[in-house]
Design a protein around this ligand. Structure first.
Ligand code: NDP
Ligand code: 2IT
Length: 444
């Protein structure tokens, strides 16, 4: 790094204790070095310094009453990162590991991801260190209501539109939306991922996983002349993204042999039965280990990280950040894996990225490959504005078009900057160009 190395230094001095944020920024700045060289006016205008500093970081207290009548206090976050191409947009994560650095890394990635969708949406992210695991519906509802009791003053359909992420699905969006509406007396599309009877879009639930597979299908066809048909697929996670990635991979002719949670993974040589998974995870809200009770021929392996030792052609990490490291990458390659699609945000460590790229593996980075979720959120916002709903087929076709066009823009940017088939560099550059230009045109 030359032109941008001081930008990185400043980030590390300002917030030394946010390693995930450093990781996300470093990768992007390294990719953008040639863009800075070609655009000295952007360097002069401080575009890169401004890109890495959120517009606004809101931290708030969320007191709530548990089922024993005890008051618990969690911490809530909303980072409004960049709104040059549209209102802040991005999910909310509830997980005990959440701190400001998590939300900043996710919000930063979201700027470029949302730009890649081609839709007018800026970047933001929110969350809390609240742990939804083991909580009753009543506790979840009271937590969501109290979270919204503060968040409502910072969001709006033209200002900032949150959605789900880890630990925030349809149930939580319902409670959050209900509270927003009570406070504001305003029925607007202020959240996405809403229920289908109250403003939600068809396909939003499936969109991230489906979009990931549409992207992979295009990337594998263009780079390797291959597809899902006849392949063995390893998928981590068993939440929204993993389940729908598995569903689409199966529809496209792949055999999905694993799913996981943070405790361990299941392996089913005959192919994972998704009806069982949906019953366990979505209806019963239990652990993935339950699967072997229904299918005794499958096996459960304790420990989530060993999943990458399972032989496969295609790997789709769909759980969480840094879940796939350099050693796992080497194991995957040794077992014949030729394509990796990031369903989760930043699931691959920098070492693993290097291993994949150095060995000619098709590596589809999260900000391009998992953009189908937020893209369909954008389509939900359009439908809310129009007071109209498209059919499943209409939204699905738009999602597919968007994913193919993200692949083309990413691939073209990589080629134009001398990194053919490096989709990591391509996504960073293609996502940034529109944002950088808008920042420049709008002034300081
Ligand atoms: P869910 O809450 O539905 O599922 C999360 C899954 O990941 C669970 O199986 C969970 O297991 C596992 N997981 C979570 N944290 C960890 C951890 N620290 N170690 C191992 N496993 C873990 O979330 P989503 O499916 O929505 O999100 C998964 C990933 O996809 C995240 O990175 C998210 O940011 C990203 N994403 C989500 C989008 C969406 O539309 N929902 C859009 C784009 C990206 P356990 O139950 O044991 O915690
Ligand atoms: O990481 C992501 O892109 C999401 N969690 C979805 C965000 C959204 O606003 O739909």
């Amino acid at each position: 790094m030359k032109l941008l190395q001081n930008v990185m230094k400043q980030v590390m001095i300002r917030d030394p204790n946010q390693p995930e944020f450093h990781q996300a920024v470093k990768e992007v700045l390294e990719s953008l070095e040639p863009v800075a060289e070609r655009n000295p006016q952007w360097v002069q205008a401080g575009i890169f310094e401004r890109l890495v500093e959120p517009d606004r970081q809101i931290i708030f207290s969320v007191p709530w009453v548990d089922d024993n009548g005890m008051v618990q206090v969690n911490r809530g976050f909303r980072v409004q990162f960049n709104s040059v191409i549209g209102p802040y947009k991005g999910g909310i994560r509830f997980h005990p590991s959440v701190y400001l650095g998590t939300i900043k890394f996710l919000g930063f990635e979201q700027i470029l991801k949302n730009s890649l969708t081609g839709l007018p949406i800026g970047g933001g992210k929110g969350g809390s260190d609240f742990d939804p695991k083991g909580k009753s519906d009543g506790e979840i509802m009271r937590f969501c209501q109290n979270f919204m009791r503060e968040l409502y003053r910072h969001i709006g359909e033209n200002t900032d539109i949150p959605a789900g992420d880890i630990g925030v699905g349809a149930r939580e969006i319902g409670y959050l939306y209900g509270m927003y509406k009570k406070i504001k007396n305003d029925f607007t599309g202020v959240l996405t991922g809403k229920g289908l009877t109250w403003g939600g879009s068809l396909v939003r639930n499936e969109a991230t996983g489906y979009g990931l597979c549409y992207f992979m299908e295009e990337a594998m066809k263009s780079i390797k002349g291959k597809s899902f048909e006849g392949t063995t697929v390893v998928i981590s996670g068993s939440g929204n993204v993993a389940t729908h990635a598995a569903e689409k991979a199966q529809q496209l002719g792949g055999k999905v042999v694993t799913l996981s949670d943070s405790s361990g993974y299941i392996y089913d040589d005959e192919g994972i039965k998704l009806d069982t998974v949906k019953q366990i995870k979505q209806v019963d809200r239990k652990r993935i280990s339950e699967y072997v009770k229904y299918h005794p021929n499958a096996k459960y392996v304790e420990g989530a990280s060993d999943i990458w030792s399972v032989k496969c052609d295609i790997a789709l990490p769909c759980a969480t950040q840094n879940e796939l490291d350099g050693q796992a990458a080497k194991e995957l390659i040794a077992n014949g894996c030729f394509a990796v699609g990031e369903g989760a945000n930043m699931p691959t460590t920098p070492e693993a990225v290097e291993v994949f790229l150095g060995n000619g593996v098709v590596l589809a980075p999260a900000k391009a490959a998992n953009a189908g979720g937020v893209a369909t959120s954008g389509l939900e916002m359009s439908q809310n504005s129009m007071r109209y709903s498209w059919t499943f087929e209409e939204v699905d076709a738009k999602l597919k078009d968007i994913m193919v066009s993200i692949y083309r823009n990413t691939s073209n940017a990589a080629k134009e900057y001398g990194h053919e088939n490096n989709l990591v560099v391509g996504a960073n550059i293609a996502g940034f160009l529109k944002v950088g230009n808008a920042m420049y045109e709008q002034g300081v």
